[in-house]
Design a protein around this ligand. Structure first.
Ligand SMILES: NC(=O)CC[C@H](N)C(=O)O
Length: 309
């Protein structure tokens, strides 16, 4: 097991930051547009409980699409594989995360995987609970257990900002409703989905959740099982095949670590048995992945031979 040295991480962060000028902060969710593209931070959490970090790891990042992997785990626990995969598929799309195109082409109409927005909306729909509040509380309780941090909540500002502007996601919902993938009120689902995406935490929390996946679903400190082995396995497989949207193939070749990104600039990565990694770098590439974050991960993967392939 390599020792992830703080000094080395600081150097890698400085190197990767040079690329910030080629990226762009997401602004289709207006509240995300306020982020500083030069921000870059990383935390690496190892099974011995140690955390190495660089950059300002007190900054909070909203999960955005990273939440998709966590809701998938919760819903697989809630409903089991058979029910979940009746409503959402297992195949990468090669399309942007918010694309509506394949929904019409694929028969029977169901989203191709849970990592694109259409699939994630179908998954969020399946979170058990009698009301949006109860479902959100169940999700938050799960997130807090994975991160070992009771204080985690969501940003009301970011949730509201997305809720007010998410017309494309609403279109996806109506399509799903027409095809009976979902049967709830679209505004309620959007309320829950935008709050889910606005759950915020630090890179250290992200890294700790990554480590739970890396340890096949076990709590790194207590050894307690937080999700069944199969659920952790399915989630990690989706991270490899679809976690970086339509850049997942290139990411697998260049970096080779199960990872999930969000348009906030966050990345959660799980190196099986070895570590969890949390990154925040809001300068995005044209696919919506953190440009500086991916550069940083690439450097780390090469230095420490982290590719699983
Ligand atoms: N790729 C992302 O991170 C997208 C998440 C965002 N909340 C959306 O639905 O558009």
């Amino acid at each position: 097991m390599p020792v992830y040295s703080q000094e080395e991480l600081v150097r890698f962060v400085e190197e990767a930051k040079q690329y910030a000028r080629y990226g762009k902060v997401a602004d289709y969710i207006p509240a995300l547009g306020k982020a500083d593209p030069n921000e870059l931070s990383i935390a690496v959490y190892t099974p011995d409980g140690k955390v190495a970090s660089a950059g300002d790891v007190t900054v909070k990042v909203t999960l955005q699409s990273i939440s998709k992997i966590i809701t998938l785990a919760l819903v697989l626990i809630d409903r089991g594989e058979d029910e979940v995969f009746r409503k959402v598929g297992m195949e990468p799309t090669g399309d942007p995360f918010n694309s509506i195109a394949k929904l019409e082409e694929v028969q029977p109409a169901k989203p191709l995987n849970p990592m694109i927005n259409a699939g994630a909306l179908a998954v969020t729909h399946m979170i058990r609970g009698r009301s949006v509040e109860e479902r959100l509380e169940r999700l938050l309780a799960f997130v807090r257990r994975l991160a070992g941090n009771e204080r985690i909540s969501y940003s009301d500002e970011v949730a509201r900002s997305e809720f007010e502007t998410a017309f494309l996601n609403r279109s996806l919902c109506y399509f799903l409703k027409q095809h009976r993938i979902i049967d709830e009120d679209v505004e309620e689902l959007m309320d829950l989905y935008t709050k889910q995406c606005a759950i915020e935490m630090t890179c250290i929390d992200l890294a700790r959740i990554g480590l739970v996946f890396a340890l096949d679903g076990r709590d790194p400190h207590s050894g307690e099982r937080l999700m069944p082995l199969d659920v952790a396995r399915i989630c990690k497989t989706f991270m490899v095949t679809c976690g970086m949207y339509n850049a997942s193939g290139e990411f697998a070749i260049k970096i080779g670590i199960p990872a999930k990104s969000g348009v906030s600039g966050g990345i959660l990565a799980a190196v099986p048995s070895r570590c969890g990694i949390g990154i925040f770098g809001p300068a995005l590439d044209d696919k919506g992945n953190s440009l500086t974050g991916v550069k940083l991960l690439e450097r780390l993967a090469r230095t420490y031979s982290l590719s699983i392939f």
